[in-house]
Design a protein around this ligand. Structure first.
Ligand code: GLU
Length: 606
């Protein structure tokens, strides 16, 4: 998810670590910290500029660990910044990811008299390692024992003051790369900060643990004391490295969908009972139980995720839902009575219109909720309760992985609300199972990237596109059109497929292609009929359909086959397909898809 960097060698570590951290900063972080054995621990909110200001010493240390935090547990404050220390002040841990079972472990550690300084999930790792070394275990064994107890994701850096030349790292879910130099070794979350020092890198796999000293590196797993991970020579420049080898951040972020889905559901499903466990809204569970109306408010892509939220929450939760553009809601006179809640959906948590909509809701006495990606952001702080996405920072201006995550989180909210209302255990279990299968199915959609590129290429000269869908595929049609507009500057419109005959059908001719989202769901036949109407007017058709659907081939000129899932979750898979379509269409034109003209990432103006 975020940024780690470590050094051990024959040079002074301080400038190398600060510079390394700086080159990871492109991803956008909220706090930073550095530890070098023999020097004081320094941490700060903000990023590397702030950190540099606070490092008031010149350390002679030849090793150290550094971290850029993108908060998931606890606000982005100085105490919550990494590295985190144990009680003895000898063990220091920097971590990217989420430790799922930290609450249980923390409670046990507290019983054994450990004191905690931060609200993070990470700090338990330092204390668990402390217990090992205090009991006489080696540094390495203490780390292994600790990792055997934790569940979750991590890219870890661990420094032990009593063995200053050694740094241990471990990977589970969050990327870790080793850089092998001459008399010096490096660890980072991607190759960017390493490349200026060496081009020999080792990409760790999930479950790997690596122990580096200035002149050695060893990779092992929890059970094997040594495994072979050959070094690779990389010729990437810094920019390529920061994009993980992808040509654009947008494509990289689309490919993060499976991981983002795993992060959204991690620790939040009780499979046996067909329920969702959402710590962030449990505090208002009583008010939610009496809820009789929900207003979802958002902008842009998040608004379309909100529309899906409406379908999901009405479907599973039986609560009337309205979705309002935040920029409209704040200037209308919305009617809010007792029992109404306003829920904001926002990636940055700073979108001004959404923030003002939430404030308006609050002024009118509504319970306010958030589905927010950025921990500690203004909307996260100002809402009464909410659920974090844990999707990691998004750099591409056009939102992709955040949308996928928002839909997944809204389905959790729907499940949460549904199970406390009429949704049966059996129905709940189907949703749980669907969510659990989703990351794997998303991987299958990503494998279609090249097929989708070829299809997009066939339509490269089109100046107009329609995107159509019904029911759960309707918001995806709207989102598909928006994605194409924002990054390719081509005119695109999203419509409910049933609306075609009420107007848009008039535009159709041989030069006006339609992307139809037509999974085999409860409205399949209806959408297919709408497609046949387009076919009759000689409009080219690209279908996003369910694997194995032969009928659709007779109607569409091109078909993108996505795997089958339950109807409520199909927008996640078709959503990834429309993202890939828009991406390839724009990338083939040589456009700057990460920074489309006239647009900005976090819209803090009206
Ligand atoms: N879960 C950790 C925290 O909130 C690490 C976040 C990160 O990946 O930066 O502090």
């Amino acid at each position: 998810m975020c940024g780690i960097f470590a050094y051990t060698g024959d040079k002074k570590a301080q400038p190398i670590l600060l510079e390394g951290l700086q080159s990871l900063e492109y991803r956008g972080y909220d706090s930073a910290g550095i530890f070098m054995p023999g020097s004081p621990l320094v941490k700060t909110p903000g990023a590397v500029t702030e950190l540099r200001k606070r490092v008031h010493f010149t350390s002679d240390a030849k090793s150290g660990i550094a971290h850029l935090r993108w908060a998931t547990h606890g606000e982005p404050t100085e105490v919550n910044a990494h590295p985190h220390a144990d009680c003895t002040g000898d063990v220091y841990v920097a971590h990217n990811g989420i430790i799922e079972n930290f609450r249980e472990l923390k409670a046990e550690l507290e019983k054994r008299n450990h004191t905690f300084k931060s609200q993070t999930d990470t700090e338990i790792l330092a204390h668990l390692i402390e217990e090992g070394v205090v009991a006489g275990k080696s540094f390495e064994d203490a780390v292994i024992d600790t990792l055997q107890q934790v569940r979750g994701t991590y890219g870890l850096l661990i420094s032990y003051a009593k063995e200053p030349g050694t740094v241990i790292t471990a990977r589970m879910g969050s990327p870790v790369v080793l850089g092998l130099g001459d008399g010096e070794n490096f660890i980072a979350s991607d190759a960017t900060p390493i490349l200026r020092h060496t081009k020999e890198v080792v990409f760790l796999n999930d479950g790997d643990i690596a122990i580096i000293t200035p002149t050695s590196h060893r990779v092992r797993t929890l059970t094997n004391s040594e495994i072979d991970r050959p070094a690779e020579h990389v010729d990437w420049d810094t920019e390529e490295a920061s994009k993980g080898g992808y040509p654009h951040f947008m494509l990289k972020e689309i490919h993060e969908a499976p991981e983002v889905l795993e992060n959204a559901i991690r620790g939040r499903l009780i499979a046996k009972e067909g329920r969702a466990k959402l710590g962030g809204i449990e505090s208002v569970a009583d008010t939610l139980a009496d809820l009789d109306r929900l207003i979802i408010t958002a902008c842009g892509t998040a608004y379309y995720a909100g529309l899906l939220g409406e379908y999901l929450i009405e479907d599973l939760g039986g609560i009337p839902v309205e979705v309002e553009l935040a920029s409209e809601f704040r200037y209308r006179k919305p009617i809010i009575r007792k029992g109404t809640a306003v829920l904001a959906v926002t990636q940055s948590g700073e979108t001004l219109d959404t923030l003002e909509a939430i404030r308006e809701g609050k002024r009118r006495g509504a319970l306010t909720l958030g589905v927010v990606n950025t921990v500690g952001s203004t909307i996260a702080r100002e809402t009464d309760a909410g659920v974090y996405n844990h999707a990691g920072p998004e750099i591409g201006v056009a939102s992709t992985k955040a949308f996928v995550s928002q839909v997944a989180v809204l389905s959790l909210v729907a499940l949460f609300l549904g199970r406390s209302r009429g949704l049966s255990e059996d129905e709940g279990r189907k949703i749980v199972q669907g969510l659990q299968e989703l990351p794997e199915l998303a991987r299958k959609v990503l494998k279609l990237s090249e097929t989708i590129r070829k299809i997009a290429l066939k339509y490269k000269d089109a100046r107009d596109f329609l995107f159509i869908g019904r029911r759960y595929s309707y918001p995806v049609a709207l989102e598909g059109a928006l994605k194409l507009k924002e990054i390719s500057y081509v005119h695109a419109e999203g419509y409910g497929a049933g609306e075609m005959k009420h107007g848009p059908l008039a535009m159709i001719d041989t030069k006006f292609p339609t992307v139809a989202i037509v999974p085999q769901d409860s409205v399949y036949e209806k959408t297919l009929s709408n497609m046949i109407e387009i076919q009759a007017r000689k409009g080219p058709l690209i279908a996003i359909a369910t694997e194995g659907d032969e009928r659709v081939k007779e109607v569409a000129n091109d078909v993108i086959y996505i795997p089958k899932t339950i109807e409520q979750l199909s927008p996640v898979l078709s959503g990834i397909a429309v993202q890939l379509f828009a991406y390839h269409f724009a990338a083939e034109k040589g456009l700057n898809v990460d920074r489309p003209r006239n647009l900005a990432k976090s819209v803090t103006v009206e």
